[in-house]
Design a protein around this ligand. Structure first.
Ligand code: NAD
Ligand code: UGA
Length: 462
């Protein structure tokens, strides 16, 4: 029975995952470690609002478990030394240099983790890949761990995480499935059973699937590729809808009612964002290419191309509609996060749309209920390489949606926050320049209602 767990990486996955595990397994001590001192301080904050990951329900559970059997620390060495099971939950971003630049997953953080575990461990341990990794990464980890020469035995499991941000707590409490991949040897099977027993505290055993390591690693990339593919598929049709007066929402409903297709992930949008879809599909493309599977690589690459096209199309539509020039015009962005109910902005479509519009000399005023001004400028620097001072000449961030929209020529909805549905749209319209344009990139507002208020209204796929 595992009594002591360490999780390396206190990010969007490590933090919530371990919080729920600690909550459901009070007899297990869980220490989440990170090199980022500020992040750990925030996880240890007495004010729930300072917890670094905003996720509905998360702060409550952190407050219930932290200091009892859940700990956040920067002391990576002690936590590794004491643990019987170690989760690797570090970031695996797209590589920004060298071989595979712009496509392959950067595994430097994972390798560093494995080397730390190898150097510190004095007793046998189960090492769990929680990060999303290319198929056959466990082989490299095994090679690092098995060559330490200190006689410690490691079992490596793949246990990818399927939570989505904004619904992480519910996804962790009630997952469709938990996937555990391990070696099919007696020791491998015993390790699989140890991890299964932990999840079985709250998840029915029939939902805990066992596979070999490689299937588990590849299932995670495949799941994200399939989900992203559905969004790109419906987004591609949204372009055709706009030319033909078909309505993409009606199409989603019509095709989603076919039980073979299913209704989820058919919401047309300005494009998918987030830290993983693009990264994981690109990684899949890279892996296929490296095995010489050019046609397979091309097939999946199209999912990314369609997503880039959708963001560009949305921005182009704004420019064309505003009489082919946005120069000096104020465009209010409602929403900056990549989806509602999260403060995460990684790969958010908002920053790409802002980049296109500011290059066309527009002024952008941003309001997001959970994203800070600092984050908006960090994102813009990432996308256009400009300093904050340069970006501040064209972009301003507001704490109030009504202020952000005041005297604007147009509003663009970039995130589907529920609060946007109940704003006082009449008041907003009254305070805008006329004609007042609205571009709903998330299809959350009613076209007729908005047109009745006087808006010139456009939404995706209608
Ligand atoms: P993140 O960037 O939020 O967190 C990763 C953390 O790991 C960072 O805080 C970083 O400082 C820390 N770290 C890196 N190297 C370290 C080391 N050697 N020692 C200690 N700490 C170290 O990333 P995330 O969003 O939590 O994603 C983590 C992994 O989970 C990725 O592989 C991602 O693809 C996968 N994933 C993410 C999600 C999601 O919704 N974000 C969902 C499923 C899977
Ligand atoms: C996604 C997957 O849903 C998770 O299962 C997976 O664990 C995670 O990636 C990961 O590996 O990181 P996440 O990116 O957090 O989760 O959020 P999603 O709900 O999948 O949304 C991703 C993007 O697609 C968002 O920008 C969202 O607005 C967009 N989207 C989603 C659409 O445009 N249309 C849809 O119908 C659904």
């Amino acid at each position: 029975m595992i009594k002591n767990i360490c999780c390396i990486g206190a990010g969007y996955v490590g933090g919530p995952t371990m919080t729920v595990m600690a909550y459901k397994c009070p007899e297990i001590k869980i220490t989440v470690v990170d090199l980022n001192k500020k992040r750990i301080e925030a996880w240890n904050s007495s004010n729930p609002k300072n917890i670094p990951v905003f996720e509905p329900g998360l702060a409550d559970i952190v407050m219930k478990t932290r200091g009892k059997n859940l700990f956040f620390s920067t002391d990576v060495e002690t936590a590794i030394d004491q643990a019987e099971m170690i989760f690797m939950s570090v970031n695996t971003p797209t590589k920004e240099y060298g071989k595979g630049k712009g496509m392959a997953a950067d595994l430097k953080y994972i390798e560093l983790c494995a080397r730390q575990i190898a150097a510190i461990s004095k007793s046998d341990k189960i090492v769990v890949e929680k990060s999303t990794l290319p198929v056959r990464t466990a082989e490299a980890i095994r090679s690092i761990l098995d060559n330490t020469g200190n006689g410690v035995k490691f079992q490596i499991l793949s246990n990818p995480e399927f939570l989505a941000e904004g619904t992480a707590i519910n996804d962790l409490l009630n997952p469709d499935r938990v996937l555990i991949g391990g070696l099919q040897t007696p020791e491998g099977k015993a390790a699989i059973e140890e991890l299964t027993a932990i999840y079985a505290h709250w998840i029915p055993r029939e939902r805990i699937l066992h596979t070999n390591v490689w299937s588990s690693e590849l299932s995670k990339l495949t799941a994200n590729a399939f989900l992203a593919q559905r969004i790109s598929s419906i987004n591609s049709l949204s372009a055709l809808c706009e030319k033909t007066e078909a309505d993409v929402t009606e199409i989603s409903k019509a095709i989603g009612s076919d039980s073979r297709i299913g209704s989820k992930f058919l919401t047309a949008s300005v494009g998918f964002g987030g830290s993983c879809f693009q990264k994981d599909v690109l990684n899949l493309v890279y892996i296929c290419k490296s095995f010489g599977l050019e046609e397979v690589a091309e097939y999946w690459d199209q999912v990314i191309k369609m997503n880039d096209y959708q963001k560009q199309r949305f921005a182009d539509n704004i420019i064309t509609t505003l009489y082919n020039t946005v120069s000096g015009k104020k465009i209010a962005f409602l929403g900056w996060a990549f989806k509602k109910d999260t403060n995460d902005t990684r790969e958010t479509p908002a920053m790409y749309v802002a980049d296109i519009l500011t290059k066309d000399l527009a002024n952008i005023s941003v309001y997001d209920p959970k994203v800070s001004e600092t984050q908006v400028f960090t994102d813009m620097a990432h996308v256009n390489g400009r300093t904050d001072e340069e970006n501040k000449k064209q972009i301003s961030v507001y704490n109030d949606p009504y202020e952000a929209c005041k005297n604007a020529h147009a509003i663009a909805i970039l995130t589907e926050w529920d609060m946007f549905k109940t704003l006082d749209w009449k008041k907003i319209h009254d305070n805008m320049l006329k004609p007042a344009f609205m571009f709903d990139g998330r299809n959350i507002l009613d076209k007729k209602q908005m047109e009745n208020l006087g808006f010139k209204f456009k939404s995706i796929g209608k």
